[in-house]
Design a protein. Structure first.
Lengths: 333, 297, 263
């Protein structure tokens, strides 16, 4: 972990190679690359869904795990991104790619707006205010039948011709995910990310060293909601529909569970949590209609027995004396 | 639609309807606020407990009939069912988490809401139910030229009764005073030799009882369906937030604002009636982000 | 350099600070003393912006800073350590100080460069100057209390402050740790000849309960009692002042049996 620290001349290449997770990650990536021709269509779809959900969970963790913020209604921004693209594709004749850019930007704008009010408050108040403001947006989307399709949502959204097949959509989503992950990693490792974690741990001390805590938190929110908007756009590419349930508070808390399940003090934990939940939901759903009950039980088991999440658990037992709590938030997996 | 002028009668009658709805909201939110005040955790399962109250009222009233006696018994027993469920959840699981950070408690209540929601589906199925009000509360009588349901008048009486009862409990009984003290300083209460865990258990059960009571009260007025938990919990959260976290009078103020703006909204803009109370919430939160009344802590 | 003019701060009915005044000249080592509850920490909080004064003015380098947010005051050149250890427990010692240095270098919002290659030399320099180099890789939460208090000071130094405010820097320390900290403070203030009004060393304002420490290094002492300033002056003046002696000094050069015990 301190390879490279104190040595500005270390090249990017040697720094990357020194991380133990890199080669397994490349291996997984290669497997994912060759999946579509080999696996049944349903599995390709499920994996693509996992990618989208993973991106959403990772974006939440920027605010929760790294920022310590009570981001209780993150799915609003996901839904805004999705609906923006959906509306632009179905109601306007602008080129499709405009919608792809507009979605995340719109999500970030809404994030900036809601965030600006929320950062003036702390903790529980922050969360409750976000739920309130987010629910207002949900209510508008839910009721505005003529514009947003209301309860029904919007269906049959056209995909850009390049992405016409589900395999192509799969690759597009996979590459978008990887690019976003790289971006998030760079951000987390940057001075901004280091300062964000310091703000999480001790905002008062940060103020005393000259950091404008509110502004910093707001920046984190805008970045996180931008990525949530990207996830929303990818959702539309995958499903070709949008529904108001994308903005509902239950989804927000579900993403929270994913971060908790995977381990919110690790970088990749939320991805793992998303994968587990989506996979479980799909396969448990085949045998019972009581998936919600199962999810609730999983959450209770997590709270009681695995609060550090799956990734956190494996880091703890698999790690050497080098592994420390503070480190797992910054350098590991 | 907008721009139409309304008679005083229409406005007044809708206002009363809003007040009645506010009474049910108050009963539910008072419970949520109470738990929030003492345990400092918003109980996400509150909506599911409200739903269980409504479904239990359905089952009990089906059993006992809708005679006046049956009605009153339902109103007493249904919330007790909910209180029992919450007591089991609390003693078996919740109480072991009191030392953990509040986020864990909140996530637990979320898990509980998921489980209870599906339990209702398991026990009662997915079809919607309805409950008949007892004969003496059926029908309506004219107020301000409109037909005002008798049941709403009943709610307008019950609401203040619950408020008074709660006030008496919190301020005049030993239990109430202890829970108020625990809300402000739980370590001190513990240092006085009082078992804080039992205080929390009692507060949680009382709060959930009120949720069940709200469900039982609302049962004759709506169709009882799965999903009513999701809707009520958002409204309850909003109301509790604008009222001031943990403040029961705040819950009353918030409920009144919410209920009245919603019913007046129905008059002005039926399709988007829901936007009125939500906008009121946003306005309040912009001006007083921590709520209209002081939070309990 | 710093002028505090008759500031007031009340919490409800309790007047924590009631008309306190303080003057700190550039390069000076100033101490604030007073019994527990005299309002020293509140005064420091008013200066560094954690609290806003109800009345009165605080002027730093000619500009009024009363009521400004803490982060702005810090950027103007005031660094501060806290009485109760206030570090980043989950980060390493190195990262603790690095955060402050990054903030000083205006890099906090830098999204693109890897943090571990920035501000490395400066951070190591600071760690060396306080003697924590050997622990740079340790998690801050695992340090001994004394070392954490030193880390407190190191973090404050990360901003290259012109005025360093130390709130009870030796509280809870063993005698050896206290002596080491005194050495450190002397070192930071610069060699003897560069101390004192108008000099070039770091300006330091601190408060302490340990009278030996205070009279050893302070050039100017301000005495607080019940939120008010009793007197500010050179150590000998303060020692001789009867009001101060009554308040709490607990010894008196002229009267061997007089004075109240140290509060």
């Amino acid at each position: 972990m301190f390879k490279g620290v104190g040595n500005p001349s270390t090249t990017l290449r040697t720094r990357l190679v020194s991380h133990r997770w890199l080669w397994p990650a490349v291996g997984v990536f290669i497997i994912l690359l060759i999946l579509p021709p080999l696996a049944p269509r349903f599995y390709v779809y499920i994996f693509a869904l996992i990618f989208v959900t993973a991106l959403l969970a990772m974006s939440l963790n920027l605010t929760v795990g790294y920022g310590g913020l009570f981001q209780f209604h993150h799915s609003v921004f996901y839904g805004v991104g999705a609906y923006t693209l959906a509306l632009m594709l179905t109601k306007t004749s602008l080129p499709m790619w405009v919608g792809f850019i507009a979605g995340p930007i719109m999500a970030a704008v809404v994030g900036l707006f809601i965030g600006w009010f929320c950062v003036r408050l702390s903790q529980l108040y922050f969360g409750m205010l976000q739920i309130s403001l987010g629910s207002l947006i949900w209510a508008i989307v839910f009721r505005w039948y003529t514009f947003t399709g209301g309860d029904d949502g919007i269906h049959g959204i056209p995909r850009p011709p390049i992405l016409s097949s589900s395999n192509r959509a799969y690759y597009f989503i996979l590459f978008a995910l990887v690019i976003c992950l790289v971006a998030m990693y760079i951000i987390v490792k940057s001075p901004f990310g280091a300062t964000l974690q310091a703000v999480r741990d001790n905002p008062q001390r940060c103020e005393a060293v000259g950091i404008n805590v509110r502004r910093h938190q707001l920046m984190a929110i805008v970045i996180a909601t931008f990525f949530a908007g990207v996830a929303g756009v990818l959702f539309v590419v995958l499903e070709r529909s949008v529904f108001p349930s994308l903005l509902f508070w239950t989804l927000s808390l579900e993403i929270f569970i994913m971060c908790l399940l995977g381990g919110w003090f690790t970088f990749a934990g939320p991805m793992l949590g998303a994968a587990i939940i989506v996979a479980l939901r799909t396969f448990v759903g085949k045998y019972t209609e009581y998936w919600t009950l199962v999810l609730g039980v999983i959450l209770i088991l997590l709270i009681f027995f695995l609060p550090e999440g799956v990734m956190g658990y494996f880091l703890r037992i698999g790690g050497s004396a080098n592994r420390r709590i503070g480190e797992s938030g910054k350098g590991a997996g | 639609m907008l721009g139409q002028s309304f008679s005083f009668a229409a406005l007044a009658s809708q206002f009363l309807v809003g007040l009645s709805r506010a009474m049910i909201l108050f009963v539910v939110c008072a419970g949520l606020s109470f738990v929030l005040g003492v345990l400092r955790v918003p109980n996400v399962a509150h909506g599911a407990l409200y739903m269980i109250g409504a479904f239990s009222a359905y089952s009990i009233s089906t059993l006992l009939g809708s005679s006046p006696a049956g009605f009153w018994l339902t109103l007493i027993l249904a919330p007790l069912v909910v209180a029992l469920v919450s007591l089991i959840a609390e003693r078996a699981l919740f109480c072991h988490l009191y030392q953990r950070e509040h986020l864990m408690l909140l996530l637990f209540t979320f898990a509980l809401s998921l489980i209870l929601g599906d339990l209702v589906k398991l026990v009662w199925g997915a079809t919607y139910r309805s409950v008949l009000a007892p004969a003496f509360l059926r029908g309506s009588f004219p107020i301000f030229g409109s037909a005002f349901p008798r049941y709403n008048l009943f709610l307008l009486v019950i609401g203040p009764l619950v408020a008074i009862g709660l006030w008496l409990f919190v301020n005049k009984t030993k239990m109430g005073k202890i829970s108020r003290a625990a809300a402000v300083d739980r370590e001190m209460v513990g240092a006085l030799g009082i078992n804080v865990s039992w205080v929390f258990a009692a507060a949680f059960v009382i709060g959930c009882y009120l949720a069940g009571l709200g469900g039982a009260l609302v049962a004759p007025t709506i169709s009882i369906t799965l999903g009513m938990d999701h809707n009520i919990i958002i409204e309850a959260f909003l109301i509790v937030t604008i009222g001031g976290l943990g403040n029961i009078w705040g819950a009353l103020v918030g409920s009144l604002i919410f209920g009245v703006t919603q019913s007046l909204g129905v008059l002005f803009w039926p399709q988007f009636a829901i936007v009125f109370p939500y906008t009121a919430v946003v306005v309040v939160l912009l001006l007083r982000p921590t709520g209209l009344l002081r939070s309990v802590w | 350099m710093l002028q505090v003019e008759a500031v007031h701060k009340s919490f409800g009915d309790f007047a924590a600070v009631y008309g306190a005044s303080l003057t700190v000249e550039k390069g000076e080592l100033v101490a604030v003393i007073g019994p527990n509850g005299a309002g020293k920490t509140t005064l420091f909080n008013l200066i560094t912006g954690q609290l806003k004064p109800d009345k009165g003015k605080i002027v730093f380098k000619g500009e009024e800073i009363s009521g400004l947010p803490a982060y702005q005051i810090c950027k103007m050149g005031i660094g501060r350590s806290f009485q109760i250890v206030n570090i980043f427990p989950r980060l390493t010692v190195f990262e603790n100080v690095q955060v402050a240095v990054l903030s000083h270098q205006r890099q906090s919002s830098n999204l693109f460069s890897p943090a571990q290659s920035l501000a490395v030399e400066e951070t190591h320099r600071i760690l060396e100057s306080v003697g924590l180099s050997g622990q740079a890789g340790n998690i801050a939460g695992s340090l001994s209390h004394g070392d954490q208090k030193i880390l407190e000071i190191a973090i404050a130094l990360g901003n290259e402050p012109e005025l360093l405010i130390l709130d009870e820097p030796t509280a809870g320390m063993s005698p050896e740790e206290t002596a080491a900290t005194i050495q450190l403070i002397k070192q930071l203030a610069g060699p003897e000849q560069s101390r004192g009004a108008g000099a070039q060393g770091l300006t330091i304002l601190f408060c302490e309960h340990d009278m030996d420490v205070v009279f050893d290094i302070a050039q100017s002492i301000m005495v607080m009692h019940h939120g008010q300033t009793l007197i500010q002056g050179k150590p000998e003046e303060v020692r001789m002042n009867t009001q101060v002696q009554e308040a709490y000094l607990g010894f008196d050069a002229a009267q061997p049996s007089g004075g109240e015990p140290d509060a």
